[in-house]
Ligand binder design. Structure first.
Ligand SMILES: [Zn+2]
Length: 500
């Protein structure tokens, strides 16, 4: 009797295993239908989690969301099933501040390595805010056509194209005719938007006017100019990157720069950037924030990219460096005045103390801005200042919680809000029937601990604390196994290290 029961049990288990294996999703292959059973999900619009439910994806679109016990509808073709028991589904993350650090610039990385890390960390969409225009446009199209395993890409091309530092250094280029022509040229190249950097008010006024006429959205990294956030509000910028221009608009007069300050000296630039928020007048700051909210200007604060400034030791000893720090990136990070963001020579404890205070005021301002109705998004800017692709983004989410946001709001920043800033809120950023099937499947509950999103295997103590990790990142209905993506990334790093 015992033997018979045992045999029957073994056969049942065998049958279960066998059928599970057959219906498992295949990494990188889009099935006709993907069914996520018994999953708890977060919509992305800031509302509480729902479920357990069954999410049905067909042809890359979320077709329906059913009760957990409803039968799976009969579907033709290749149907794959993910068992969501004990898991959470979130909308795919939108990284609003990305650079494609490809073989052509900055730190020469294989693009697939960057894409693998982004996807492994749940990022299904990136807004490229300045790389090499032609390359970004090509990659965007390849991703859209499903030819590469990569997040979808929105190309916010640098203005003017082909120039990182501006390049508006001739009378001709500063003429209204040239500036307007260049905006139209970007538009004709197929830009989804434009990234503006440090130009003076006269220039930006012309450029923004033409951008508005051409219907181009604009991400702006404001410099220390005669231009500040009040001008952004007047001209209708889509998002302010980082924070520059906001505290400046609330400082009566000019920041207390030392006599030897020049913008070209990155050590001084980052040192005094860490002392700007304390000089902002709180009442004026409220008015600035309100005017940004009124003008519908979003804020993409990118907290994580500056973290080395407040805690260099944390930045230098990230567990992910063991397996994922590509040697080309490691070289780029080494302190060197000629490289952007590699300013750690002469950095002091005093600098870190100022930066910690800077963060507190900055974070409060972002929270106030959001409470007033402002749109807050999440972006990383990785590839600079000791920040790794993907990992930096997940750290950004943790820092939004530190800024005072509920994890549900953090998820909203990372999904629905990003989609809104891109003008794609009807297609992206939510788990909702009709939306594109960009979904992150997490082992565990990220609302309980945002650290469960971090890849496993970085550190035993961390694994024991947070467990989890992302199981699947689904982009356009294509399931990618985070484990497989991470394995690829580790291989690339290991091989590059051997070659060096
Ligand atoms: Zn950037």
């Amino acid at each position: 009797m015992i033997t018979r029961t045992l045999i029957v049990s073994i056969l049942l288990v065998w049958a279960a295993l066998d059928s599970a294996a057959e219906s498992d999703p295949v990494h990188g292959e889009r099935p006709d239908a993907l069914v996520i059973r018994n999953i708890t999900y977060v919509d992305g619009a800031g509302v509480p989690a729902r479920g357990p439910a069954t999410i049905v994806v067909r042809d890359g679109v979320i077709d329906s969301i059913l009760g957990a016990t409803s039968p799976i509808p009969k579907m033709d073709g290749d149907v794959r099933i993910i068992d969501g028991t004990g898991k959470y589904a979130l909308p795919g993350f939108i990284n609003m501040h990305a650079h494609l650090h490809g073989p052509w610039g900055f730190n020469s990385l294989p693009l697939q390595f960057i894409y693998d890390l982004w996807l492994a960390c749940g990022i299904t969409t990136v807004r490229d805010v300045g790389s090499v225009a032609t390359a970004t446009l090509e990659e965007r199209d390849k991703s859209a056509a499903g030819e590469i395993a990569a997040p979808r890409i929105f190309a916010y091309l640098w203005f003017p194209t082909g120039s990182v530092t501006g390049g508006l250094n001739t009378a001709e280029r500063l003429s209204e005719k040239w500036l307007r022509g260049e905006v139209r040229r970007l538009k004709n190249m197929g830009a989804d938007g434009m990234k503006l950097r440090h130009f003076d008010r006269d220039t930006i006024t012309v450029v923004m006017d033409e951008a508005n006429k051409q219907g181009l959205r604009v991400a702006h990294h404001v410099g220390v100019e005669d231009f500040d956030a009040l001008d952004n509000a007047a001209l209708g910028t889509t998002t302010i990157e980082h924070w520059y221009g906001i505290p400046e608009a609330a400082i009566p007069g000019v920041q207390e720069f030392p006599a030897n300050f020049t913008y070209a000296n990155e050590l001084l630039r980052f040192r005094y950037a860490g002392r700007v928020w304390r000089e902002a007048d709180p009442d004026r700051l409220d008015l600035v924030l309100q005017s940004l909210v009124d003008a519908n200007v979003g804020w993409n604060p990118t907290f994580a990219i500056y973290e080395a400034a407040r805690d260099l030791q944390r930045a230098l000893t990230q567990p992910a460096f063991d397996d994922y720090l590509h040697p080309a990136l490691a070289r780029y990070f080494e302190p060197d005045p000629s490289k952007h963001g590699s300013f750690f020579f002469g950095w002091t404890n005093t600098d870190e103390v100022y930066w910690r205070e800077n963060y507190r005021i900055w974070m409060d301002a972002v929270k106030d801005f959001s409470d007033m109705g402002g749109l807050v998004t999440t972006g990383e800017d990785a590839g600079f200042i000791y920040q790794l692709f993907g990992f930096c983004y997940l750290r950004e989410l943790q820092l939004h919680e530190e800024a005072g946001f509920h994890p549900l709001e953090v998820v909203q920043h990372a999904t629905h809000n990003g989609a809104k800033a891109l003008g794609k809120e009807n297609e992206l950023g939510r788990i909702r029937p009709g939306h594109i099937a960009d979904i992150v499947i997490v082992n565990g509950n990220p609302l309980e601990n945002l650290q469960v999103l971090m890849p496993r295997g970085l550190n035993e103590t961390l694994d024991a604390q947070s467990g989890g990790g992302i199981a699947w990142t689904i982009k356009d209905g294509v399931p990618y196994s985070a484990e497989t993506l991470l394995e690829h990334a580790r291989e690339v790093v290991a091989n590059a290290r051997v070659e060096e």
